[in-house]
Ligand binder design. Sequence first.
Ligand code: GLC
Length: 413
Amino acid sequence: MSASNTRYESRSVVDPARIRILCEATLRQNWREGVRSSDGVPFAYTCPSPGHYPWQWYWDSCFTAIAWRHFDPARGRRELESLLAAQRPDGFIGHTIFWNRPLSGRRRFTYNVTSPDAPMTASIQPPLLAWAWRIVVGDPACVPGIVRHHDWLAAHRDLDGDGLVWIVQPDESGLDASTQFDAIWGGQAHSLPGFIPLVRRNRRLGYDLRRIADAGGPVCAEVLTNVLHNLSQMALGRPSLTSVIVERFYDEDSGLFHPLAVPEPPRRPTVTWAALAPLALPDLPEAIGRRLVEQHLLDPDAFWTPLAPPSVSGSDPSFSRDDRGPGGVKRYWRGPTWINASWLVWTGLIRLGYAHQAAQLVRSVASAIAMQGLREYYDPFTTRGMGAVGFGWSTLVMEMLEVDPQVGAGYVG
Ligand code: GLC
């Protein structure tokens, strides 16, 4: 353990009851409910952060629904039902649903909508609805809307017919400006000037994977997106895609999972925490999981920082503690630590029996939250809170404090 870890640990005396109070207060404060004025459809969700993120974001809602089960499971269920209420008849659910706050100003031009008055984006976020439903409510296979949603993804986002889902823009992964996309999208990556023409082109093509691939792409099979998609498949009782994930993403030389893209990128994408995300898969071959943990996650120069895991490996040249890109624009997922990532890798530590390291991770997450509040992300070295305040999915710390016996089975046992 590095000297900075030791110093940090000595400060990390945390009262779980205080964290519980903070999480509940934040979830309640961020709760929004009502009826869509245009058509009377009811909605209820946790906005990610009141000042900064007013709408319903798909994967944020799945994460906060999971956290709600520690306080008021009925709200968790309503939050997921709200995603279903936004669903199109063909099963599609967008990345962001606007409910009663239509897009305005500049966002009408930069958001992934096919018309300025669209009720939601035409882009997706990682499809974990069935998995979240399984964790919060019960069997998702009994819910026609959830089945239809995952069928839509299989019909529209599987480029090669092997079950993996492909994304048409970096933000569809939820990891917006992650450095792994620099090699794939180049100057069109998230928050760079070329992103605007990319959005414009994809709008014209209706965010249709095959049309975008035919138009030259880029399109990408991203690792984290497929890990969450696979957990949903398993939650639905469908065959696991883990062997496909290993076959197509795993690189035996590095012991890491790498994304695929068409056209093939000019250089290998950088090493980000998504390379470790398969740790959340309950049927990941054990030898691969142990190598991910011992060679990568627990390496203090790479991912075992005082608040782990940073969104980019600390030893990758693309790692940055700052969140400002060229022109002072905020760029996400380029170094700081997000709590959904801590939780997902922690599930792997628990499953594989790294109890001591799992406990260390919980202490560091809880201590960062106790000292800095529920922030959107944190400096992986100093644990300073960064980004939006009162951030919804950081309440996932509750999953690490009040442990479900199903965690080792990926909650799908
Ligand atoms: C940022 C994140 C994305 C998240 C959204 C709302 O855009 O990159 O993952 O869904 O904020 O919290």
